[in-house]
Write a protein that binds this ligand. Sequence first.
Ligand SMILES: [Zn+2]
Length: 160
Amino acid sequence: MKKLLITLFLISIANTQVFSQVKKNKTMIKKVIKTEQEWKQTLTEQEYYVLRQKGTDRPSQGGLTSHFEKGTYHCAACNLQLFKSNSKFESHCGWPSFDDAIEGTVNFVRDTSHGMIRTEIICAACNSHLGHIFDDGPKETTGKRYCVNTTSIKFVKGEK
Ligand SMILES: [Zn+2]
């Protein structure tokens, strides 16, 4: 009985640690809160439409879709680092595609608009719309495709 109690005690400590780690990760991202009026003043018309009104860029191989330099992709609204260039792949879908995001920087929201059930991806800091996530990404890595609007991200040249 004593052994069982000790085991239970240890399990509960382990659980608390996992929980506090998750919590820590979440609080590491500093929230960026602005009024819609403030966003309107800082973003271009297209940026405001995509990032704040959940718009979508027209599919194209231009913009950042076929862009494969080394660096990081930041949120165009609040500058949070979201994706590394080594996660980017050519999906031929017409939008920049990544198989993973930097941990904790992207949140997932169920989206039932336009008669479809999809998962929207938003910036964890400022809640701006980035795009959607699909399960048809590269099987050899995560199997996920983070389908992101060029307008939602800014490229910063770097080593990774
Ligand atoms: Zn952001």
